[in-house]
Design a protein around this ligand. Structure first.
Ligand SMILES: Cc1cc2nc3c(=O)[nH]c(=O)nc-3n(C[C@H](O)[C@H](O)[C@H](O)COP(=O)(O)OP(=O)(O)OC[C@H]3O[C@@H](n4cnc5c(N)ncnc54)[C@H](O)[C@@H]3O)c2cc1C
Length: 397
């Protein structure tokens, strides 16, 4: 029997692992090269929307995800200082009825572990750790990925799923030239049992204020609470997931916010801070047998909670294109790119456009704030329609 075509993937994050699993499902051999010495994920939450969940279902992971996630009762907007909660929350039962899949919240490490386990089960040994990609060479007949330790591995296609500071992107296109937004996101995780009852919530909440907004949701079956706190601030500009700050500094960024928010901040063990940058969108990200996915080609501001969902959708559509057009891999990658650029560009632009909505001047006064969060909740229901109905498993190839 002829050998199966081989897909090489740089980066075993959420996007790379999804691409690996989907490629295995479509009949390819896969090798993944992850720079980290041990597989894992940062301590943070992630929201998996119906479009990402649809892919997980197609990969046979629905039951595992439902076991590990939290399915909030609904989503609500909350006024930053009064704690007024919108009269029209988005109920999870409505989301499932409308889109066929839930909008769940998870610990990133839990989702990552589920994907790693699934790849290992289908192809033991496919994931290599301590394997940093530093470049590639391609010819008409194949592509070779170069690793930092001197190894070179040959395959049929190379996918750069190596995140924001992608080495594959750097060689293919050059470095991204991001623009600082003037905003910082703090994030932290708190054991639920540590919090007083009146601070706990079974909703996903978006607290909105004139100078910041704070996203709060339970993860891991409700055992933990995830907090992502966004604030206008321009004195600190490092784009990293792993920069530690202090609780005092975080609390000082949110003067006058509701006591619930300060109780949450007081209970975060490790507050991390992340400066938010806007990256220009690309009009092409493939060449010959080499392509990109996820943050490597369309990093986004987190104001639609869609970066991971996009990477997951990319991985599935890519595998379907490879399955459809093999052995013409260059054609498969062009098709993949043509399908994904419009969708991901729309999401990146819509995320940036959400910022003024989340920092509206009406939020400064209790009466106008109340009206604003009620209308905002209704707007959100309709504006998510195009986001959640997208189906990576059936979109025409
Ligand atoms: C504050 C915040 C909140 C967010 N919340 C959400 C949310 O709720 N929902 C959502 O959908 N998205 C969210 N996102 C975005 C989301 O986390 C990212 O878009 C997503 O993780 C991208 O996945 P990826 O696989 O492309 O990249 P990554 O997850 O970054 O994975 C890249 C992998 O490649 C590895 N790597 C890097 N360089 C190399 C190399 N040279 N060689 C080999 N391996 C390499 C890395 O170690 C890593 O494992 C959020 C982001 C932020 C900043």
């Amino acid at each position: 029997m002829p050998a199966k075509p081989k897909v090489l993937i740089a980066g075993a994050g959420l996007g790379g692992l999804t691409a690996a699993l989907a490629s295995l499902k479509h009949g390819f051999d896969v090798e993944l090269f992850e720079q980290a010495p041990v597989l894992g994920e940062v301590g943070a939450g992630v929201q998996i929307s119906p479009s990402g969940f649809r892919v997980m279902d197609a990969l046979g992971l629905k039951a595992k995800i439902l076991e590990a996630c939290f399915n909030p009762v609904g989503r609500e907007t909350v006024v930053w200082n009064t704690g007024y909660r919108t009269s029209s929350p988005i109920r999870s039962s409505e989301v499932i009825a409308r889109y066929g899949h839930p909008h769940v919240t998870m610990h990133r490490a839990d989702l990552h572990a589920i994907l790693v386990e699934a790849v290992n089960a289908r192809s033991p040994g496919a994931i290599h750790v301590d394997a940093r990609t530093c470049g590639f060479e391609q010819t008409a007949n194949g592509v070779t990925v170069r690793l930092a330790d001197g190894r070179a591995v040959a395959g049929d296609v190379l996918v750069g799923a190596d995140g924001l500071h992608s080495a594959v992107r750097r060689q293919l296109i050059g470095p991204s030239k991001p623009q600082f937004t003037g905003g910082v996101a703090w994030r932290g995780i708190i054991p639920m049992e540590r919090l007083p009852a009146d601070v706990r919530s079974t909703y996903g909440q978006n607290w909105m204020g004139p100078n910041g907004h704070i996203v709060v949701y339970p993860i891991r079956r409700g055992e933990l609470i995830n907090v992502v706190a966004h604030v206008n601030r321009d004195d600190w500009q490092i784009e990293s997931w792993t920069e530690l700050g202090t609780r005092q500094e975080m609390a000082a960024d949110f003067p006058g916010w509701h006591p619930t928010i300060h109780t949450l901040i007081d209970n975060i063990d490790k507050p991390y801070k992340w400066a938010l940058f806007l990256h220009p969108t690309l009009t092409s990200w493939s060449e010959g047998r080499v392509t990109l996915l996820g943050d490597a080609c369309h990093p986004t501001l987190p104001y639609m909670a869609s970066g991971a969902n996009m990477a997951i959708e990319d991985g599935y559509v890519l595998a379907r294109c490879l399955g459809h057009s093999a052995p013409d891999f260059a054609a498969a990658l062009k098709r993949y790119e043509a399908l994904r650029i419009p969708r991901t560009t729309d999401i990146v632009n819509a995320s940036a456009a959400n910022l003024p909505r989340y920092r509206h001047p009406d939020l400064a006064h209790p009466e106008s704030a109340k009206k604003y969060v009620d209308s905002e909740s209704i707007d959100q229901k309709s504006s998510r329609e195009w986001l959640f109905t997208y189906d990576a498993t059936t979109v025409a190839i």
